[in-house]
Design a binder for this molecule. Structure first.
Ligand code: K7E
Ligand code: CUA
Length: 631
């Protein structure tokens, strides 16, 4: 037994207690990750861990070739800055939607339109994907995703599965938890995880007591920032109720520290509860401030509980907050406490009115394991919490947990099952779990480490997204899904909610750009192949129809800024072309009936072939032409 193993054993014996600061830094987290055998041994408490299901159970997850999946899975892509679409239960990856990243395959980040949306940035850190709602369930209109790196919120239009808006959030850093309202496509709430000086212009840098963080409301329809609430602590994950009354944010640094030890000092942090009607009234009445250059109205709610914000005490450095499908309970995962705290949303009004204490809204606090992070639901009254350090998923019953909290003497055990996951699970989600239509079929466990589960591919291992069958009484592991780093979160949506177009609609916002240029130049995008010169700026309009471009050559002059605008005349499903110019870093996708454009400088005289990089026809290789750059 190594020194680390011994320490891990000591920690396991103490797992009923809160983690001490030194344990988290020194042994628990590191020990659990370093010791490969740790995850397969049963913890000393709770029921025995069933092992992964034998292959026979995998039948439910296999989808025959040519057959379609039952669910869409929307995955964030973490450091890749993208969103991914998977089919479930097969776990086949269907698509990647570039969002904050530069994507060579589609040209995203370099095309004129995407460049404008991204404002010159080419990277991002997506953690949380959520779809727009109507009446407590997905309405199939939009996907929202955060950028933690640059405090942005992006929206994907489900009709085209393409980003149609990106909003920058003022006075925020580390935009992390986001969640849309669920009664309608209303506000999307975005939490700033990192506290900063407000205004962050060089003042108050050495005085962290003056740092603050913004809870931001963005209109899901217009993508405008409507208002912000300034609080003293940092905010982690976000959630909303089902009625449009509240938004929620977990806070793990109520201490207001800037270093790790300081952030873990308190036994309890809290859940911020934002009272939306009161905030709205204050904004309308102009009882707001502005911060720095931003014009966005800010409600200053720092310090004490008020009509705007209440702080429900939660042990200890809570991470996830997830509202159950009935809309009654917000479950906060303790992270450094082995508990989850169940907050009764129906009691919040009394707490705001001062009739009860905020902590009285906590109606259960079951011990679920070491390092609880996120919770999903099956719609049958059960909750599934991801347990990072133990590397398990804990299934527990909400009603039983409430009963156990009420009558501790009766020794009711709300824990139903723990299942090993491989390894160090972060997010967890279940089919339709974040809607009133939670159907309790599939659970996805997004594991941060795969270690020995896949072929060795060098120092950077894949993540491991595991599919678990939750349709029966017992959870059964049915599939290991390696993913490229690092999807944090995923939502699983029944396929009847999602209806993208198969041919590009030429009516979307992006086309206003091309239509404007075409009008200026007197060009018909879908017919004309023309070179329009305006000083040193040259617009080149080109059509494509398999297997030819509308023109086999065009001429420009060395030093010209060239904008190529390609319109695909093909009206056949799946018939995409692209446009690539040799040696010019120009390469973009043009789907059936789509138009796309990119701008570059033609620096040196010579002949440069342009070609279609997407295999479109038997004569695809012949689909090319010459850019002639004259001296
Ligand atoms: Cu738990 Cu960014 Cu959602 Cu990662 S966060 S795990
Ligand atoms: Cu068009 Cu290949």
């Amino acid at each position: 037994m190594t020194e680390n193993d011994k320490k891990t054993d000591v920690t396991k014996a103490n797992r009923r207690k809160f983690l001490t600061s030194s344990a988290v830094i020194g042994t628990s987290v590191v020990g659990a990750i370093a010791c490969k055998n740790e995850e397969t041994t049963a913890p000393p408490t709770g029921p025995a861990l069933p092992t992964a299901a034998p292959a026979a159970h995998g039948a439910a997850a296999s989808v025959e070739p040519g057959k379609l999946d039952d669910y869409y899975g929307f995955w964030s892509g973490g450091q890749s800055g993208e969103i991914r679409i998977l089919g479930l239960p097969s776990m086949r990856e269907l698509k990647r939607i570039p969002v904050f990243n530069r994507d060579a395959a589609t040209g995203w980040g370099a095309t004129d339109h995407s460049k404008e949306l991204l404002g010159g940035r080419n990277s991002g850190d997506t953690h949380h994907v959520h779809l727009s709602y109507t009446d407590g369930t997905y309405d199939g209109r939009y996907v929202f995703v955060n950028d933690k790196a640059s405090a942005r919120l992006a929206r994907v239009d489900i009709e085209t599965m393409e980003v149609d808006a990106i909003t920058s959030i003022p006075n925020s850093q580390g935009t992390h938890g986001i969640f849309p309202q669920r009664h309608k496509t209303g506000l999307v709430f975005c939490n700033a995880e990192f506290r900063t000086p407000q205004v962050n212009d060089g003042r108050d840098m050495e005085d962290p007591t003056k740092y603050a963080a913004m809870h931001t409301a963005i209109d899901g329809e217009t993508m405008e920032v409507k208002w912000q609430v300034m609080v003293e602590g940092n905010m982690d994950l976000a959630a909303t109720d089902y009625k449009g009354l509240y938004s929620f944010a977990t806070c793990y640094n109520s201490e207001g520290a800037t270093d790790l030890e300081g952030m873990m000092a308190s036994e309890r942090d809290h859940l911020y509860v934002f009272n939306l009607a009161k905030i709205d009234a204050a904004v309308k009445a102009g009882k707001t401030i502005t911060v720095g250059d931003s014009k966005v109205p800010v409600v200053d709610a720092r310090g004490k509980d008020s009509e705007f914000v209440m702080r429900v005490p939660i042990p200890k450095s809570p991470h996830g907050v997830n509202v159950d499908p009935t809309g009654r309970y917000a479950v906060c995962a303790g992270k450094l406490s082995p508990t989850v705290s169940v907050v009764d949303i129906d009691k919040l009004a009394d707490a705001f009115a001062g009739k009860i204490k905020p902590r009285d809204c906590v109606v259960a606090e079951p011990e679920v394991g070491l390092g609880p992070l996120h919770t999903a639901y099956d719609g049958r009254g059960n909750a599934y919490t991801s347990i990072f350090i133990d590397s398990v998923v804990t299934k527990w019953n909400i009603a039983k947990a409430i009963e156990a909290f009420k009558s501790p003497d009766k020794k009711i055990d709300p824990i139903l099952q723990k299942i090993d996951v491989h390894y160090q699970i972060g997010h967890i989600n279940a089919s339709m779990s974040e809607t009133k239509d939670a159907d309790g079929k599939w659970l996805i466990a997004l594991c941060k480490f795969s270690k020995d589960r896949f072929l060795n591919v060098g120092p950077l291992h894949p993540e491991n997204d595991q599919l678990i069958d939750i349709s029966g009484d017992e959870m059964k592991l049915v599939h290991d899904g390696p993913t490229f780093p690092e999807p944090h979160d995923a939502v699983i949506v029944t396929k009847d909610k999602i209806h993208p177009k198969k041919i590009q609609p030429r009516t979307i916002e992006r086309f206003k750009l091309y239509d404007k240029w075409a009008k200026e130049d007197g060009v018909d995008l879908q017919k004309d192949n023309k070179v329009i010169r305006n000083g040193k700026n040259v617009r080149v309009y080109i059509t494509s129809l398999a297997p030819k471009f509308g023109t086999g050559e065009f001429k420009v002059k060395a030093g010209d800024t060239v904008q190529v605008i390609v319109s695909n005349q093909d009206n056949v499903e799946d018939l995409s072309h692209g446009f690539c110019v040799c040696g010019h870093d120009v390469n973009f996708l043009v789907n059936a009936q789509d138009t796309n454009s990119m701008t570059f400088v033609a620096e040196k005289p010579g002949v440069y072939w342009y070609y279609c990089p997407w295999f479109c026809h038997a004569l695809h290789l012949e689909m090319r032409g010459r850019m002639i750059v004259e001296a």
